[in-house]
Ligand binder design. Structure first.
Ligand code: NAP
Length: 318
């Protein structure tokens, strides 16, 4: 049967599934090229995380490789054209993480608007500000405010549904293609990027990281947003010019941000760490629930088992 090199920290039941199907599993905590190359010489499959770069050098070190299964929906860590040239299938894990990631985006949106981390820190510092109409931790309303979605795909749609059904928010969206069904379901309005920036109270970004979306949110974009607006990013750090975001928050060009992803993960722009008011930071936790991570591992293994069994993959990357 096949040899599966695995740099992802799979759950035990995932490893059992591969073993029960008769495959040899080579677990590698270390995903750097030098450690991986010797494991790959006779490997049929790799299961990897989005923090593991799979480029030409590794693909060339694996002449028998048939499939690279990324345990993530984004796949910018894999050189997909190079894999295609070599006849290697690349798969990802869409859909199973959509609702959890949308929950997280909304959690960040609410936490930034209502200043939950600041409130928590205040109490832990031994303070309890007196109840007052204008007490220091007053926040920004979410219900009924306009939610702008940039990238109306699976996760963008799930966030828009939460905003519409849960919080009565009018929805604006900017995407590459019109979403007539969602316009009917949610009353969502398609607008230009500029209109979305100027009219939204909350801007939530859900585009993939591509050459086209690199630094989509830059100084000019933040300058067009409302000074009361909150920016939410659970997509990818590269979509945002982080230095421009820090400046926009410092200058109060925008009011706040809820961020799950960063330009140089795991490094965070030092300017972001100094900002607390309406600013909430999370270490890339979008899909991080136990159920969803289990489902992502299962989907990666379903893909590997299918390909090694000579069947088409379930979720190939095109
Ligand atoms: P998806 O269904 O493919 O949605 C992406 C959407 O972005 C699509 O609707 C797409 O266009 C739109 N888009 C692409 N390029 C665009 C551009 N230049 N301008 C405007 N819209 C553009 O993907 P998804 O499953 O929702 O995931 C989205 C991203 O979220 C992933 O790529 C990943 O990077 C990120 N993510 C992060 C976490 C986390 O842990 N923080 C978890 C999961 C995913 P159309 O209009 O043509 O449909």
């Amino acid at each position: 049967m096949g040899i599966v090199v695995c740099t992802a920290d799979l759950f035990p039941e995932h490893v059992d599934r591969l073993a029960n199907a008769g495959h040899e599993i080579r677990l590698s905590k270390d995903a750097d090229k030098d450690s991986l190359k010797p494991l790959l010489t006779d490997a049929d499959a790799i299961i990897c995380l989005l923090t593991h770069a799979i480029g030409c050098q590794l693909l060339d070190a694996a002449p028998h490789l048939r499939v690279v299964a990324n345990v993530a929906v984004g796949y910018e860590n894999i050189d997909v054209p190079a894999a295609k040239e070599r006849g290697i299938i690349v798969t990802n894990t869409p859909d199973v993480l959509t609702e959890s990631t949308a929950d997280h985006a909304f959690a960040l949106l609410l936490a930034a608007a209502r200043r939950i981390p600041e409130a928590d820190a205040t109490i832990r510092d031994g303070e309890f500000p007196a109840w007052g109409l204008r007490q220091p931790l007053t926040g920004i309303d979410v219900h009924g405010k306009t939610l702008g979605i940039v990238g109306m795909g699976r996760i963008g749609t799930a966030v828009a549904r939460r905003g519409h059904h849960g919080f009565g928010m009018p929805i604006l969206y900017h995407s590459r293609t019109r979403k007539h069904d969602l316009e009917n379901e949610l009353g969502a309005r398609p607008v230009s990027f500029e209109d979305l920036l100027t009219k939204s109270d909350f801007v939530s970004v859900h585009v993939p990281s591509t050459d086209e979306t690199y630094h989509l949110f830059n100084t000019e974009a933040f300058a067009q947003m409302k000074p009361s607006a909150i920016f939410v990013n659970v997509a990818r750090g590269a979509v945002v010019d982080e230095a421009a975001l820090v400046q926009a928050l410092r200058d109060r060009t925008i009011a706040g941000a809820g961020l799950d992803v960063f330009e140089q993960e795991p490094r965070i722009h030092p300017g972001l760490l100094e900002l607390h008011e309406h600013v909430v930071l999370a270490p890339h936790l979008g899909s991080a629930t136990v159920d969803t991570r289990r489902a992502m591992g299962d989907m990666a293994i379903d893909n590997v088992l299918a390909v090694l069994d000579g069947k088409p993959p379930l979720t190939p990357v095109s």
